[in-house]
Write a protein of this length. Structure first.
Length: 643
């Protein structure tokens, strides 16, 4: 429903309406909510769709979806029966002074279709309550056949129990909880799997029009646990030319097909510490599309020629090709080679190592050039290991190494070149931070002794802040504050630049196995190359709503990954109540929070003692309570660590 409302906000072509959606569209048209012109349905200017925010004293704000406009105020008497989280259509109240206002005319669903609930006993009676806030779910239900702590997936419109997920006491239920709230699933329908299994291994003779690059010594460089290889690289040092080969997913996943429908529903692969939930069936994501070593694979390749002195791109082209990767490396192997600890085992590896060494010089220079206008933020990511019972074993902060940096700048270059090919499509944009957010950042920094000297540009100002943080050994912590002050990167149909990277234009081209945005970019580039107005019109017709939908799906995937780890941290903390642990204060407002820096790192802790601890201060804490359903850890500060 939400997707339909977004598309109606921007204009929905009659040919893109599914049979299920047509019933709703006809109903909205009959009620004059939408208009029709040239076979395009669009909301009447008097109406808006949105999600109802927090209801207080009979009033609320409507968070308008599908366009970047101010929220609409819903006054007392105009709410009807709507509650927080409802997906509604509202009529704008024109001519009313003050805040833009509206009244609700119809409730059409819930912003979140599903939620997770569990059973607790209150006053001797079993109740089904929302896992996140303990609010009762729906009407009275027969719960006597279930046990306290049993967890369920609930459909929010009718509050119907869809399935039992397990019991909150079992660590194995955590994965089901985080997936159920967004209706994510690992399994693919039989129709999707049947199509995925029907494709044959690549036979080069079937692709006479593709550029044959099998003579080039491509290699892949990925995490040791990786199974889906999106990208392979090759550097021609003699001609200063970089080849970035990307899995040609669009050859297999065609618009409107069963695989495509499932891919757009998922939009992103989800990566949990112990496994992934792929966007595409594993027959494609881990096999036929994956650029595995020693087999022929279809690829979409950017050939990028550089001026080796200025590092400017003098020429680039993208085309369909066939490649044959000679070696699958992991990051650790390439770092060992850079350290002189790994030698070639065959002639192919000798050629790869020869160009990798030279390519590193180029990518190091590319990074240095990039950072003159862009930013280098140390956002520390946690790597977590869990056992077969889904209990936390260990954590560590991930470190960027030379091998990571080399691949990153190759991919950034290809993504930039892809974005330069079109004026309207899918761009990855990142707008500059607002002055209000910057002022809040400056105030927080002053509290830890970093006094901001406002320079002539945001770039110079932030660089000065980072220099001070480095001198105080607070680089990662201050970078986290800076990142928090910025706008969230998102997908958009019109280019607005990428503030963080310092790029005038940028998109996502290099990961179509795990991101639907990249698949759309591939289709668009192929349509442009083939002068295919039919395919191009399909890609572009709903590009606004598609950009918004993909951005939302990205946030869902990120939320799932973060919340799963939070649940693992909480279960570990429950077994360590009363233990003295080292932590660092990471927030002081609106509440005091710390991050664990001990045998386990990265867990977020709610501080309940009335301590006067300051931002980034190191403390010794003792865990006092753990709320497993909400995945919250509470602790008191025992003492401040003297530096």
């Amino acid at each position: 429903m939400k997707s339909l409302l977004i598309r109606l906000t921007h204009g929905l072509s009659e040919q893109d309406i599914s049979a299920d959606e047509l019933v709703r569209v006809n109903s909205f048209f009959a009620k004059n909510y939408i208009t029709k012109k040239d076979n395009i349905y669009k909301f009447n200017s008097k109406y808006r769709a949105g999600t109802l925010g927090l209801v207080q004293k009979g009033t609320a704000y409507l968070n308008v979806i599908g366009e970047n406009v101010h929220d609409l105020f819903i006054g007392e008497g105009d709410l009807g029966n709507a509650t927080e989280g409802d997906l509604i259509i509202a009529q704008r109240l024109l001519g009313v002074r003050g805040t833009p206002s509206a009244k609700i005319v119809e409730i059409v669903g819930r912003a979140q279709t599903f939620s997770v609930a569990y059973i607790i006993t209150r006053d001797g009676k079993k109740s089904l309550v929302n896992l996140k806030n303990d609010h009762p779910i729906g009407a009275e239900q027969e719960l006597n056949s279930y046990s306290d702590g049993d967890v369920f997936k609930v459909e929010n419109q009718t509050y119907t129990i869809m399935e039992k997920l397990g019991n909150i006491a079992d660590p194995l239920v955590d994965e089901k909880i985080v997936l159920a709230q967004f209706n994510k699933h690992d399994e693919f329908d039989s129709e999707v799997l049947e199509i995925a299994k029907s494709f044959k291994e690549v036979d080069a003779s079937n692709y006479p029009t593709r550029v044959d690059l099998r003579y080039l010594n491509f290699c892949t460089i990925d995490p040791v646990t990786a199974k889906d290889f999106d990208d392979a690289i090759c550097w021609d040092d003699e001609n200063s030319t970089l080849y970035v080969a990307i899995a040609d997913v669009s050859e297999y996943v065609t618009p409107f097909g069963a695989i495509d429908n499932e891919a757009i529903y998922r939009s992103f692969s989800i990566y949990l510490p112990h496994r992934s939930i792929p966007m595409l069936p594993r027959e494609l994501s881990e096999t036929l599309c994956s650029l595995q070593a020693h087999v022929d694979r279809l690829a979409y390749v950017f050939e990028i020629k550089l001026d080796i002195n200025t590092l400017e791109v003098t020429k680039s082209k993208v085309y369909e090709a066939i490649i044959h990767s000679d070696r699958r490396f992991n990051y650790e192997e390439i770092d060992s080679f850079f350290d002189g600890k790994l030698e070639a085992k065959n002639p192919e590896e000798e050629k790869i190592f020869e160009y990798i060494k030279k390519l590193r010089v180029v990518t190091d220079r590319l990074k240095a050039k990039r950072l003159k206008v862009g930013y280098d933020f140390r956002s520390e990511e946690i790597e977590m290991v869990i056992d077969e019972n889904s209990n936390l074993v260990s954590t560590a902060f991930a470190k960027e190494t030379p091998s990571h940096a080399l691949i990153e700048d190759c991919m950034l270059l290809a993504n930039k070149e892809a974005a330069a090919q079109f004026k309207r499509g899918i761009f990855r944009i990142h707008e500059p931070p607002s002055q209000l957010k910057l002022q809040k950042l400056y105030q927080e920094l002053a509290g830890v002794g970093i006094f901001v000297d406002i320079k002539s540009s945001i770039k110079e100002t932030i660089t000065n802040i980072q220099d001070q943080a480095r001198a105080m050994n607070l680089e990662a912590e201050v970078d986290t504050l800076i990142i928090r002050s910025q706008m969230q990167a998102r997908y958009a149909p019109i280019n607005a630049g990428h503030f963080g990277l310092g790029f005038e234009q940028y998109t996502h081209f290099t990961s179509p196995i795990r991101r639907y945005s990249d698949l759309i970019v591939h289709r668009l580039l192929k349509a442009i190359a083939n002068h295919d107005t039919i395919e191009g019109s399909y890609v572009l017709r709903n590009i606004e709503s598609l950009s918004m939908t993909i951005s939302e799906k990205e946030r869902e995937a990120s939320t799932i990954e973060v919340e799963f780890m939070a649940r693992k941290f909480a279960r570990w903390a429950e077994t360590n109540i009363g233990k003295e642990l080292k932590a660092r204060i990471i927030e002081t407002l609106p509440e005091l929070k710390a991050e664990l820096h001990d045998e386990v790192q990265g867990a977020k802790i709610h501080i309940v003692s009335a301590s006067k601890a300051t931002l980034f201060e190191d403390v010794i804490i003792s865990i006092t309570k753990v709320d497993i359903p909400k995945a919250k850890i509470f602790a008191e500060i025992l003492k401040i660590v003297d530096v």
